[in-house]
Design a protein around this ligand. Structure first.
Ligand code: SF4
Length: 490
């Protein structure tokens, strides 16, 4: 079965051109070849930098003679030194040097520099989400970023194909580790086909460099049925495991296809039957790997199990799950504070309270246990309402891709609830915008309903209800991947 892309008015090229060009630098430019100089965005009043006369808007070009090309260089060079010689260029282009002496190597300079422009990838991956977007989404979504600095800072995945030798040397020198690498296959012909490239730096070169320099990486394989599964997957796993512990972990995630695939080759979708067969076929190998290495180095994203209708694994071995951002262990993590949620659940509410937990089509089994807990409270009724992702297509069933428009329709079709809960990861955190640019405030206004996003796990789910229903104080949500996942930084 292949999907025919719906007609749209603009080509991908046009849409990519519409993306703000200032958001990226070309893949052909090595980050390390960039001119030194970062703009000072803020100087804290009374700080060492302020006392040295540094002004916001000026350019910092060197620290102790070392070029500063971006935030990473800045923090690398100011750390661990007590005396800093800052080469500054004024707004009028005049250069001067100021010396700052810190009381201790860790003392704050009181200076922030502007975030760097990210590098784009130059790939045309057969599963690229950017090539599967409809028109009129947020501009930044059309940017195909691939930047090892973001990989280091935020855990975003890179293919490594833009890495120049000088970038690798910088990664080793500045210890930008671990990085997150998309591998997909170690057979170079297949890898290049998956990445949509004619030429790419062989992945083995990157693996060898990381091993030699004692760097680490987390890897992912986007699994495309009949392409990089079977013997190809075996070969990819064998090779990556030879590089353990350089390769710290391997996440296998299922191919996702929206209904807007345009100019991409036809692919075999991951169906329920395929997911079941795939999991059953791979299980013995995964068990063997876990036994040999003492931990599950290779892991399947939860989405596999949800598509297959099978129980999701529990990752009790990990204090923090290394591939949580990739959906590995997300369900397990969601329930980690379930006991705390149980403790705060009252026996009874002073008045009846009906809640609609709106979520993706795959999530109702995940919420079952929580709904049962809520049923133990007299007066509280929670219904789970799965929403078909009409904008991207019904085969897209992750919560992070639910749009304001689809959620709004679901709320209008189910009007009789006191409160509507949404998964927090479908909102960009800093401006509370959905992928289709609708804001949470607009959705509330359009529907006239009480809508609250859930940003954490089970405890936050219960807290969000009780805060609204009975004014109970809300626990602070910390370190949940929903807070940082997907769209927080674009
Ligand atoms: S999926 Fe491939 S083409 Fe798309 S942004 Fe990532 S590396 Fe680039």
């Amino acid at each position: 079965m292949t999907m025919e892309a719906p007609k749209r008015s603009t080509t991908l090229r046009e849409r990519l051109q519409r993306a703000d060009p200032s958001l990226t630098i070309p893949a052909s430019i090595a980050v390390t070849e960039m001119e030194p100089g970062v703009k000072v965005s803020r100087v804290v009043e009374g700080s060492l930098a302020a006392r040295a006369g540094v002004l916001p808007g000026e350019k910092l070009t060197h620290v102790n003679g070392e070029p500063v090309r971006d935030t990473v260089d800045f923090y690398f060079h100011i750390g661990g030194e007590e005396e800093l010689e800052l080469e500054i260029e004024s707004a009028a282009g005049e250069a001067r040097t100021v010396v700052v002496t810190k009381d201790s190597p860790d003392a704050q300079l009181g200076l922030d520099v502007e975030q760097f422009t990210t590098q784009h990838c130059g790939c045309n991956c057969v599963f690229c989400f950017v090539h599967q977007l409809p028109d009129n989404m947020r501009k930044s979504l059309y940017v195909k970023d691939e930047d090892y600095r973001l990989s280091f800072m935020q855990g975003s995945y890179v293919t490594g194909t833009t890495l120049k030798d000088s970038d690798l040397e910088r990664i080793a020198r500045q210890r930008l580790t671990p990085l997150y690498l998309s591998v997909h296959a170690v057979d170079e012909d297949l890898r290049k086909w998956l990445l949509g490239l004619k030429k790419a730096r062989p992945i083995l070169e990157v693996l060898k460099f990381f091993k030699k320099n004692r760097l680490q990486m987390h890897t992912q394989i986007v699994l495309c049925p009949e392409k990089n599964d079977g013997a190809q997957l075996e070969r990819t796993l064998d090779t990556l495991l030879q590089y353990h512990p350089t390769v710290q972990s391997i996440a296998i995630v299922p191919l996702g296809m929206t209904k807007w695939r345009d100019g991409l080759p036809p692919m075999v979708p991951v169906t329920k039957e395929y997911a079941r067969r795939f999991i059953k076929g791979l299980k013995p190998r995964l068990r063997e790997i876990e036994k040999k290495y003492g931990e599950p180095v290779a892991m399947l994203a939860d989405e596999w199990f949800l598509i297959a209708g099978m129980a999701v694994p529990r990752y009790t071995q990990f204090e923090s799950i290394p591939q949580l951002e990739n959906g590995v262990g997300m369900v397990y993590h969601f329930y980690r504070d379930f006991n705390a949620a149980k403790k705060i659940m009252p026996k009874k509410l002073p008045r009846p309270w009906r809640v609609a937990a709106i979520t993706s089509t795959l999530s109702p089994p995940v919420l079952k246990k929580l709904v049962k807990l809520c049923e133990s409270c007299e007066g509280l009724k929670v219904d789970v309402i799965p929403v078909v992702n009409e904008l991207f297509g019904e085969s897209i069933h992750v919560t992070g891709l639910l749009t304001g428009g689809d959620l709004g329709k679901a709320i209008k079709h189910n009007p009789f609830y006191d409160q509507y809960l949404l998964p927090g990861n479908c909102l960009r955190k800093y401006d509370e915008k959905f992928l289709d640019d609708l804001t949470l405030a607009q959705l509330k206004e359009q529907t006239g309903k009480l809508i609250t996003p859930v940003l954490g796990g089970a405890l936050d789910f219960v807290d969000t209800i009780l805060e609204t229903a009975i004014g109970r104080e809300h626990h602070e949500v910390k370190d949940h991947p929903f807070l940082v996942k997907h769209w927080a930084n674009d």
